[in-house]
Design a protein around this ligand. Structure first.
Ligand code: AMP
Length: 220
């Protein structure tokens, strides 16, 4: 799943993972878990995350490869927030070839850049599982409490307006390189991320059910 910070790709990735029975592998969640657990990876990642910068490619790639080698990933995963640069996309291709797999569909959730700051600064997540809410577009039934599991809602440190702007400035240009990479491979599907949550999900499920595969033979 490809999308700018705030485009709703995490929300959609969680829904798709559930509907398709696949693990939801979110690089940002893996980093946040490592930060909470106080591991070396967490310490290294935090220095970049606090500035809204991307964590260096080798660190991210190593972490994702390890995740892909876990037993529950054998039938595929929904990758969310990875790859975010062209070198990450190229490394993912190579890692998948080694495992006899490939990127079946690169799903891009597109939202106009001017909408992203508002989407991010109104975002709240639950402490237990990261279920996402938004003050305007998706408020919880009880303010400050997750509808799904009753845990407390919080705002991510990097959703503060200064960091949001840095994230967009630093992360959008490489995202367009990733889109270009998968367009060239013929596996990119773009959906309109401004539609309702259900509408975006339906568009994504359609795209997965009927993947375009120009440039690849049936035997590939
Ligand atoms: P996210 O939850 O996807 O917004 O990710 C939170 C932060 O983790 C990002 O702002 C980056 O600092 C870092 N991060 C997550 N995924 C990647 C990635 N694929 N490459 C580099 N940094 C990443």
């Amino acid at each position: 799943m490809i999308g700018a910070p705030g485009a709703g790709k995490g929300t959609q990735a969680a829904i798709l993972a559930e509907r398709l029975g696949l693990p939801h592998v979110a690089s940002g969640d893996l980093f946040r878990e490592a930060v909470r657990a106080g591991t070396r990876l967490g310490g290294e990642a935090k220095r970049y995350m606090d500035r809204g910068a991307l964590v260096p490619d080798p660190v991210v790639i190593g972490m994702i490869e390890e995740r892909l080698d876990r037993a529950d990933a054998a039938n595929g995963v929904i990758l969310d927030g990875f790859p975010r640069t062209r070198p990450q996309a190229e490394s993912l291709d190579a890692a998948l070839v080694q495992r006899g797999a490939r990127v079946d569909a690169a799903l891009y959730v597109g939202v106009p850049e001017e909408d992203l700051v508002g989407r991010l600064s109104g975002r709240w997540l639950c402490r237990a599982a990261g279920h996402p809410y938004h003050v305007i577009s998706r408020p919880p039934a009880v303010p400050g409490i997750c509808d799904v599991d009753g845990s407390e809602l919080y705002q991510r440190d990097d959703d503060r307006p200064e960091t949001v702007r840095a994230r967009l400035e630093q992360q959008l240009p490489p995202m367009y390189d990733v889109i270009d990479h998968y367009t060239t491979q013929g596996v990119l599907v773009a959906v309109d991320g401004t539609a309702s949550i259900d509408g975006v999900t339906e568009a994504l499920l359609q795209a997965i059910a009927h993947p375009a595969r120009p440039g690849r033979s049936e035997a590939a």
